[in-house]
Design a protein around this ligand. Sequence first.
Ligand SMILES: [Zn+2]
Length: 463
Amino acid sequence: MPGKSRLFCALLFFCFLCEVPAHADRTRLKPGMNSFTPQQDIELGKKFATEAQQQYPLCNAPKVDAYLSKLGRRLVDHLDTFGVQYPWEFHCVNDKAINAFALPGGYVFVNRGAIEAADYEAELAAVMAHELSHVALRHGTNQATKAQYAQIGSGIAGIAGSIFGGLAGAAVSGAGQFAAGSVLLKYSRGAETQADVMGTQVLYDSGFDPRAMAAFFEKLNSAQAPPEFFSDHPNPENRVNRVHEEIQKLGGAPPDAQKDSLEFEAIKREVLALPVAAKGKPAAAAAPVAFPKPGTVRVGAPSKNYIDLNLGAAKLKYPDNWKQYGSGNNITLAPDGGVVDPGNGQAALAYGVMVSVAKLQGNPPADEDVLQAATTKLIESMQQENANMRVVRESKVVSLNGERAFSTYLSNDAPGEGQETDWLVTVVRPEGLVYFVCAAPRADYTDFSGTFSSILDSVRFNR
Ligand SMILES: [Zn+2]
């Protein structure tokens, strides 16, 4: 769910679908396309969960958090996470609005309003099962993946434009938008239906009355003021019908299914007695990630130890004292101090390697091959964004993991003072023009050139 705050934590085990299939008719769901790894879901979710915890008033009621974790874990035990182990966390937010949301990677926030609005435990479990399903189906990064592809489709110029001026900035400020809920928490109607269906299955498999999912929707629908849960989750009537349909596929609600517990009633009384907190700042006000000014952080020597990075279409290795910024088709690898803010609030690459993909559109001129034409166009569009960028060594053919590639050296104004050297390596792959930009200040370039070569030598494309 989108919207406002929330997260929860519980330690997690895997859930196994295999223990389930009493009724073969149940709807089978699986995550959609995704350019993020599950580990990136967890990293992104953790980052925004930390922000959410700073921005939203939490209940600060250990008994309530412990209860949410226990209930969440019971549901997670019956949730198919497709082999991924998420670090489930569950948090109670001191907000009377009827809402809950889960960030990628398993960080779940439940408003006190959702607990107070539940007439019995299975209704609260329904809201949570819905949220857990968004995590398992990886809806947040699936949405972000689609947004990314849409962005890449706008052509080389759009991507190259952000390369030096702030490619890392594009990736990182993109993350800031996630915090505003614009991408990671804006689910399509189809994703909401999937979360309803899987949530109903989880309720059923956990021994709760699955009809609670529909009952909670109906109650919200009949409430005077439309609760926030619905601003994030449209079309209540259709959702109720779809839940009933899934219950039929499961063979109907079991007669002994659990609706309530004494523990829930005690917790609800405790929540009702909590003082009302002042509302936190909206998430959109999240402070952007701050990068240091050029030259203020001494950039250390690259480590000789390398760690693996799987980009999906390719793998590579990079020094273990560097950090990864961005995700999907825009990855920047840089040491501390390597990504800087030149003073315009954007992030720029001073030391490090950027990997990106430009979609290829149209046909190359008759006398040029695709690699040559696309490389020329990429350099032109980079020069449009960087007035002083020039080619200092013409493109020559090299081999990158056995693929024909172009190696080009450019110079440009460094984000701080002086000039930088940019080594551009381009290769045509099924995804488009894959390009690597290895950047360092000209005076320091030789200290990094061996590391840049090692990173590029480590590239292995999926065949
Ligand atoms: Zn939802």
